[in-house]
Design a protein around this ligand. Sequence first.
Ligand SMILES: *[C@@H]1O[C@H](CO)[C@@H](O)[C@H](O)[C@H]1NC(C)=O
Length: 418
Amino acid sequence: MDDKHVRRRKVSLKSSFTGTDSTTNRSAISAEKTHGTFNFCTVLILFATSCLFVILGVGLYLSPLKNAVIIDGLVNVELTGVYAINSKLSVGKRIENIPSPECIVEGLGGKLYTGLADGRIVCIHPSSDGEIGAGKVENITTGIIQGAAMSTDALGHGRPFGIRLVGKTLYAADAVYGLYTVDIVTKHITILVSTNAKNPPLKFTDDLDITADGNFIYFSDATHNPITHYHLDAYSGICSGRIFRYNTISKRLDEVISGLCFANGVQLSNDEHQLVVVETTRNRIIWYDIETWQPHNVVNVPFLPDNVRMTDSGTYLVAGSGPFLRPWIKYIFFNFPSVRKSMTGLLSSPTLFRTFQNLYAVQHVFVIELSVTGEVLNVMQDADGRLAYAIATATPLSDGRLALGSWHSNHIAIVDTT
Ligand SMILES: *[C@@H]1O[C@H](CO)[C@@H](O)[C@H](O)[C@H]1NC(C)=O
């Protein structure tokens, strides 16, 4: 390109910004040309902008959401200091063909129990020489509870997320069926709290904990959207999660906290004076006083925290995945609710779910250990999801290893933490 060409480009660029023709050393023809380009560009920009507004409007009109709000109150935590990237969760083995084993508990004799995507609860036996997780898989439930009320009938079966084991009784928080118990010997199921036990009904029973005397069960209802549409929470920005207290003696059910941003894992403190609650879509863990239900401690984390469990030494393990991938996308997503709402009118549920998921690095997994008061004691990670991804729960095993549950993978990962 020679000098003359460069100069010509500069001039036309300048006048397309100013839109005036004050330069005297140009020919009339060149000025006309520039004007033509200017008009064409303006028309094009106006056209594109109008198109965008029309698309936005159509999306807003078709949106299933009543309302969408700005997402705020989310504290940005950098991957530095205690959260500096490490690979402590990258070595171990997988138990394959276990679809979306969100939560895992270990029973007597090294048996593992977990709830699956198809609604079943299964028991994974140890191998004949005692290796945990290496034996046969036994069905404990079929995933279908005949005649039970459902939060949605779209799946045709349940979806157990949180599970706890007390003696021979498995307690399950099931997003479709509510709260029930299973006798692991007889496999008999008893519904404790059905989804229509409250108004508004339970839509996404997610996790539970039980007092030592067995008299109270605390459990979460993550959102007012059923499991088929829970991604809509992320698009509306509205926090509709609740915590309930169920009295197993009197059968009384109380709503004790509302307005939580995807109420997920729950864990009683050792003295049972506090309930630790995970708010997944605000990336935080909150300690509530169980008398006043006032929050008195908050820990913000750089990922989507899911479940919380207590270790033998009384510390808390919180598992989750996915730091936000790009800050500018996060900015737009959080601050322009109309764009989010419009998207829900234009895109299919699977696309919306994938889009939301693509905002986060779900292969980047975290398990953090918190002290009784919420100090971060240890952060274990794997940024590449080599062993586990989209993790939901970290369960310490009796052999010293750590089992990782996932809401999305087809396996349980067992990490060598030594
Ligand atoms: C467990 O249930 C699944 C799904 O119904 C079935 O395909 C599988 O064969 C069952 N496994 C055993 C060991 O019965």
